[in-house]
Design a protein around this ligand. Structure first.
Ligand code: SF4
Length: 279
């Protein structure tokens, strides 16, 4: 029976023609995203740039479309596609709040856990711990995004995502179960979460859990700056005017911060690499 979708966020169902799409991300062959839109509503989220409509893009976080037939489609795709690595949650979080009710990601994992395709999941949510029974160390790896260890800042930047402590717990529990883990340290936003103390604290979690660090900077795709502006104007007046220059061509900002991240990782013996080395 189809679950009824209610709540302040606008939920609706859509259908998809196939579950797996070709991935353009390094090391992934396919992408699997059970939801369009993401209730976590991170201000810096550049997934909003896939939308055609600016109003919708600026309402990111207030609507979610669930691909109601994705589990059935995935079963068909797994039978006919060549084996390859599947990235779960490449565009939107597969463990956003609606998943606790619809269990679409879980339904997909039930198939993925028995097919020969390796799986890489990325999330910010401790809801993933519900599916520990399906996440087999021999074929799954899991990445958890930690942007800041400051709960107050996280609440402002990522209003409906679980707090940093809950995410750290996810990394710890998965590592305890011998699942390969990595921490997505990003986006690093100039003068917001790029202080050494924050970077060190996140890298320390990687050290303790044997996780790799993938780091990335703020990506100013369309509508990202507009989305961040009210926050920046309140917290860091003037920053939104200079961000494009700080992150643009001719600026050595990212070279310097990357060196700091790599330096801390080197000191702590943590493997690290840029999330998007080709950018
Ligand atoms: S959790 Fe990921 S997909 Fe969801 S809003 Fe945040 S950055 Fe975007």
């Amino acid at each position: 029976m189809e679950a009824k979708l209610t709540g302040k966020v606008e939920y609706s169902y859509v259908t998809c023609k196939s579950a797996l799409s070709k991935s353009r991300l390094p090391e992934l062959d396919y992408a699997l995203n059970p939801y369009v839109g993401c209730e976590h509503g991170c201000l810096y989220c550049y997934s909003r740039s896939i939308l055609k409509d600016e109003k919708m893009a600026l309402r990111w976080g207030s609507f979610v479309w669930a691909k109601k037939n994705i589990v059935e489609r995935l079963r068909k795709d797994l039978r006919r596609k060549k084996a390859g690595v599947i990235g779960v949650g490449t565009i939107t979080d597969p463990y956003q709040p609606l998943e606790s009710k619809l269990r679409l990601t879980r339904g997909c994992l039930e198939f993925l856990s028995v097919y020969r395709f390796p799986v890489s999941i990325q999330t910010k949510s401790n809801l993933i711990l519900r599916d520990l029974d399906l996440i087999k160390p021999e074929k799954f790896d899991v990445g958890v995004t930690i942007t800041t260890i400051d709960k107050n800042l996280a609440k402002k930047l990522e209003p409906k995502a679980p707090n940093p402590d809950a995410r750290i717990q996810v990394v710890e529990e998965l590592a305890d179960k011998k699942v390969e883990t990595w921490i997505f340290l990003g986006p690093v936003i100039p003068y917001v979460n790029d202080d050494r103390g924050n970077l060190e604290a996140i890298i320390e979690v990687a050290k303790k859990t044997g996780s790799k660090i993938l780091y990335d900077r703020l990506n100013l795709k369309r509508w990202v700056l507009e989305s961040l502006k009210p926050f920046l104007e309140k917290e860091k007046p003037g920053l939104s005017d200079v961000l494009p220059r700080v992150l643009g061509f001719g600026s050595d900002y990212w070279v310097r911060v990357s060196e700091v991240i790599r330096g801390i990782c080197g000191e702590k013996g943590v493997k690290c690499e840029p999330a998007f080395p080709y950018v």
